[in-house]
Design a protein around this ligand. Structure first.
Ligand code: ADP
Ligand code: MG
Length: 730
């Protein structure tokens, strides 16, 4: 009997919810208690230092070393009062997670003793020995080291007893080696371009901020069951496992009451996140069994992304406390929903206007349509690039693969907005813009309802949906750093808005009235980007054919999708917006290919091992039991015909098991060979393509046979916890 599996199942059933005590204070009182907030800055910093820092935070003005000394001293004082003993630069290398290297607040005092020390120099810049982070060849070529440098726009915070300082991570030669650097540059680019367009409407606008509200989906699995699945431990997903008889058909998990053990976990998680200044608001069950979601209130994009990364580390810690493991993989289980991270994205002005909210006056509405249409244009022109920004070996199982939506980016607008745009497209500017003396002008286009928010029909199959006052980029994977996708959106929209402003300036230079100029250009754009608008079922087969006809990017091979980063249009986009240089783009794409290969390689190794050392021995043992039985039947029933009849079913089963075993043996052999061939290939791109084309298909075939065997072999013998156990014990 498979003792480990039954032992962990038994333990999982018996586990009780932990008793979580809520703090005595109200959430508003403990919110951000571990954050060096602006209030604390005011308290701990000299006035001139505080004012300079706030200016740096708001306007990205550089901070002198002298002032940094002052900031460091105040930060250290606060952190030590909070019990911190260490500090770390907290950065986001290209491997997807966050990195930290803790140093104690101590230095030699020059007299044989130690003093608590944290200088401005250490705050501003450090040189972590981080030579093994992915860099796509940048650091080999230049033999340069990596530096982390303080990002004052995201506040420092304390985790356990460590002061964490959000930083960017760059090579000595200046190239970005992380997600944060290009994200910050893209935020600056979209600010500049959007502000310039806003000034056409309101000269008082001085700044436009990009906002992000992420929704994080995840699975929880009992820790014991998880530990009995080497594939979950090593790859984050199940590489085998037959569908459970019941999964999500009844949709009885979605928004259902939260199981008690999970509720206790969520309660503790929420408190921890609030203390870290993450404004969590929503928590609920998701569609698949044991799948859940958490979402905060949206924030400035850079801060929101830091908060998402922080969540991704805190969630594992709290899950373990409750004897769960949290799976952030995009597709931990075949046959049921995967996990995404919807990125709700919008732009807002320093005058308090959400640029994706229809307004009350015709002028507000023209502003709204301007931003809506320019965003659609950006998504249209760079739909392949946007897809590349969310593509990875793990997200591939969620997009483009079997049972997953096709890997095509389109925009959902909803019926009302489609009508508005269609009306603009079919109107002349004279019809649309009626100038009247009192209110300036009237927009003769269809009325834009003020409360789109509540009546935009939700199309859950759209990867890029307009949802009333924001766009929701749903294709982002649950384990991804949102920075990758956000950088592309911000940069593409910045580029598009720059072009728009230029076209308007050209028309107004010919003395065309400004409203007419805006209308004329928008009308042209609406026609041009029509192929990106799609309100139908994005998961259907017909859409794949239709999208190809429309000229949208329908490539499904992840290594080939990464090519989109290197087209001349993409290079022009990123360099002209000053977000990424050509060298950086090449380096990042190298990292993407390399990471793809490594992930598939690990999975292939784990699958081979499990197939040969877990599945085949069990299947053979069961087969041998059957053979034994058949043999004994023939011993007892001396009449050969009768014995044959009695054992006919068993013999069939023996043959079937044999077929699956032989297939697995042969394919595992092929898998090893395919890897050997691929590993010899020079060049990360070609290697990733080989892994995609030759290794992945074999893994699917091996899984097919293993899952068949699971249905045949004695349940008592099966060593790996089954889907029904992983998904329904909580
Ligand atoms: P749903 O699941 O219906 O899409 P949720 O309430 O789970 O909605 O999540 C919506 C997310 O969108 C939240 O993080 C919310 O703060 C965020 N959001 C709301 N308005 C905006 C906006 N204008 N810009 C960016 N994010 C927004
Ligand atoms: Mg959503």
């Amino acid at each position: 009997m498979s003792s480990l599996r039954f032992k962990v199942v038994d333990e999982a059933i018996r586990r009780k919810a932990l008793d979580v005590q809520l703090p005595a204070q109200r959430p508003s009182e403990y919110f951000g208690m571990y954050v060096f907030t602006q209030d604390r800055m005011r308290k701990y910093l000299p006035k001139n230092v505080y004012e300079a820092l706030v200016d740096t935070m708001n306007n990205r003005t550089p901070l002198s070393r002298e002032l940094a000394m002052g900031v460091a001293a105040g930060m250290k004082q606060w952190a030590m009062e909070m019990g911190a003993t260490h500090y770390t630069h907290w950065f986001q290398p290209l491997n997807g997670g966050t990195a930290e290297k803790h140093d104690a607040f101590v230095e030699h005092d020059g007299h044989g003793g130690l003093i608590e020390e944290f200088s401005g120099k250490l705050l501003i810049q450090q040189e972590p020995d981080a030579s093994s982070f992915p860099n796509g060849g940048i650091r080999n070529t230049f033999e340069a080291r990596g530096y982390s440098a303080w990002d004052p726009t995201s506040p420092a915070f304390i985790v356990d007893s460590t002061l964490c300082i959000p930083t960017i991570f760059i090579a000595y030669t200046g190239e970005a080696l992380d997600f944060k650097t290009p994200l910050l540059k893209s935020i600056a680019a979209v600010d500049k371009a959007a502000t310039s367009v806003c000034k056409l409407f309101d000269p008082n606008v001085k700044k436009v901020t990009a906002f992000l509200g992420w929704e994080q989906e995840y699975f929880l699995v009992d820790e014991g069951l998880w530990a009995a699945r080497p594939d979950l431990i090593l790859t984050g997903r199940t590489l085998m496992g037959h569908e459970s008889a019941k999964n999500q058909q009844l949709e009885d998990h979605y928004f259902g009451s939260i199981p008690t053990r999970v509720a206790a976990f969520m309660k503790e998680l929420d408190v921890e996140l609030l203390k870290l200044g993450i404004p969590v608001k929503t928590r609920h069950n998701e569609v698949a069994p044991n799948q859940f979601e958490l979402a905060p209130i949206y924030e400035e994009a850079n801060l929101a992304n830091d908060h998402n990364l922080l969540l991704m580390s805190v969630i594992h810690r709290i899950a373990r406390k409750h004897c769960f493991r949290c799976l952030l993989h995009e597709k931990p289980f075949k046959g049921i929903n995967g996990s995404g991270k919807h990125n709700n994205w919008s732009l807002g002005t320093d005058t308090g206007v959400n640029l994706f909210s229809p307004g009350k006056t015709p002028k507000d509405n023209l502003l709204f349509v301007t931003f809506l249409v320019n965003t659609m244009m950006a998504v249209y022109k760079y739909n392949g690039l946007l897809k590349a920004s969310i593509s990875s070996a793990t997200n591939a199982h969620r997009l483009g693969a079997n049972e997953a939506p096709p890997a095509i980016i389109s925009v959902f607008l909803g019926r009302q907005l489609n009508e508005v745009l269609d009306k603009i497209e079919s109107s002349t500017s004279e019809e649309a813009i009626k100038v009247d003396d009192k209110s300036g002008f009237k927009l003769g286009i269809a009325h834009i309802p003020e409360l789109l928010l509540d009546n935009t029909d939700r199309n859950r199959t759209s990867p890029f949906a307009f949802t009333g006052n924001r766009f929701e980029f749903r294709a982002v994977g649950s384990s991804a750093n949102c920075g990758g996708a956000l950088t592309v959106i911000n940069t593409a929209v910045a580029h598009q808005l720059t072009r728009f402003r230029k076209e308007i300036d050209e028309l107004t230079a010919t003395h065309m009235p400004i409203e007419k100029a805006i209308f004329t250009v928008l009308k042209k754009y609406i026609k041009e980007c029509e192929p990106i608008r799609f309100d139908g079922n994005g998961y259907s087969e017909e859409w794949k054919i239709e999208a190809a006809k429309r000229g949208l990017d329908t490539e499904t091979s992840i290594p080939l999708i990464f090519d989109r980063f290197l087209t001349s249009e993409s290079v022009d986009l990123f360099t002209s917006m000053n977000v990424l240089s050509e060298v950086e783009l090449h380096a990042r794409t190298e990292v993407d290919w390399e990471t793809y290969t490594k992930k598939v390689q690990i999975e292939a190794r784990v699958l081979g091992d499990l197939a040969m050392n877990h599945i085949l021995p069990v299947a053979s043992r069961y087969q041998s039991l059957l053979l034994d039985k058949v043999y004994k039947v023939h011993q007892i029933f001396r009449d050969g015909q009768r014995a044959d009849m009695l054992s006919q079913r068993d013999v069939e089963l023996i043959e079937q098991i044999n077929d699956h075993i032989s297939a697995i043996q042969a394919q595992v052999n092929d898998l090893v060979n395919a890897r050997k061939v691929a590993n010899k290939i020079c060049g990360e791109r070609a290697k990733a393509i080989a892994y995609h084309d030759t290794v992945v298909p074999l893994m699917d075939e091996i899984r097919y046979h293993i899952d068949k065997l699971e249905l045949m072999v004695d349940n008592e013998m099966w060593t790996l916890p089954k889907y029904r156990e992983l998904l329904f014990l909580k």
